[in-house]
Design a protein around this ligand. Structure first.
Ligand code: HPA
Ligand SMILES: [Zn+2]
Length: 337
């Protein structure tokens, strides 16, 4: 199989996305359109000037711009339009199922009601041909009290999200800071995930597992620094939602050739490929897949494994999960040899 054929296979294969912040799918053009619609003043004079500011040196330098971009979201229709635009891109990349993160505190802190946020995003999911569910993320740079209050505000919409996560500035905000709110979410039957081991140390991955009891780790690429932890996470089948373009844009790795995705897979980990914040990091799902397949020693068997991992790690009912896995296997079985 030629390189071009492999690229085509990877683009067309059925896949699930498990790490996408919906606010990170807000393209500069939509930021400007919503700013105009809502009478919000932006500090950048043009779409081009805003896009040029997307040169990040680390996670925090990105987050500052990401929160500024989200300030144009005020009405339910704004959240709907943002989500519908993402789902259209996902469908074009043959994403069959997506589990979408949203950051309510970014909006409720500006006076936007919880119901505006949840309903706008949720309605767009219902109107899409892509299977889509929602994961509410707590901002870890804020207090646990703030997270608990946010959970209370979200409970009237309990049927509209399947789980909770933890995102924003990692270093200095270890998972154990959120032990109580995650315990409460666990009692509520919510799925649990957390960003850990993106910029933070492997110890954060360990406490996300042992204290928060998360079922997946978002990013987790620093896990290979701890061999015992790597072996444990592989043995327990806990998935890592890896985001290659995010990792190079935020300088977790200097260049894609340095990315450790192959080592993660070789260690027996359930690694997946995801876009994180596609409007900010240079691309959606297939851009991420093509970036790693172009830069790393990955072949057809890796493509099938990554497609399978994405559904294996998804929070889907067993029957639906198996149907997607069968679809992946049928897709690869039908390829010409
Ligand atoms: O990659 C990320 N890490 C932490 N917080 C985030 N919020 C959006 N994207 C990210
Ligand atoms: Zn993320």
């Amino acid at each position: 199989m030629t390189n071009n054929q492999l690229r085509t296979v990877v683009q067309a294969m059925p896949k699930a996305e498990l790490h996408i912040h919906i606010e990170g799918s807000l393209e500069p053009e939509l930021i400007f359109a919503l700013a105009e619609r809502n009478g919000v003043q932006l500090t950048y004079p043009s779409v081009e000037a805003l896009r040029q500011a997307y040169a990040f040196k680390d996670l925090q330098s990105f987050l500052d711009i990401y929160y500024a971009g989200a300030s144009v979201l005020l009405k339910e229709q704004d959240f709907y339009d943002m989500t519908a635009a993402y789902l259209k891109k996902a469908a074009a990349d043959n994403v069959r199922h997506t589990e979408i993160f949203f950051d309510p505190q970014t909006h409720t802190a500006r006076g936007v009601p919880m119901e505006t946020v949840v309903n706008g995003i949720y309605k767009a999911c219902q109107d899409s041909p892509v299977s889509a569910t929602l994961i509410l993320c707590f901002l870890r740079h804020l207090s646990e009290e703030d997270a608990l209050e946010t959970l209370e505000q979200a409970l009237p919409f309990r049927d509209k999200f399947i789980g909770v996560g933890l995102d924003s500035s990692e270093v200095g905000h270890p998972p154990e800071k959120f032990a109580r709110v995650f315990a409460r979410c666990r009692d509520l039957g919510l799925h649990l995930v957390a960003h850990a081991g993106e910029e933070g140390p492997p110890a954060y991955i360990q406490s996300a597992l042992d204290v928060l009891k998360v079922e997946r780790i978002d990013h987790g690429v620093r896990i290979l620094e701890d061999r015992a932890l790597t072996e444990r996470v592989a043995r327990e089948g806990i998935a890592l939602t890896v985001c290659p373009l995010s990792n190079t844009k935020l300088r977790v790795f200097d260049q894609m050739q340095d990315h450790n995705l192959v080592q993660l897979l070789d260690a027996g980990l359930v690694a997946t490929v995801n876009s994180d914040d596609p409007a900010y990091f240079g691309g959606y799902m297939n851009d991420n897949f093509l970036a790693v397949f172009d830069s790393l020693p990955l072949g057809l068997s890796h493509a099938q494994r990554l497609a399978r991992n994405s559904f294996v790690a998804a929070f889907l009912p067993a029957e639906q999960k198996q149907a997607f896995l069968d679809e992946v296997d049928a897709y690869f079985a039908a390829l010409p040899v």
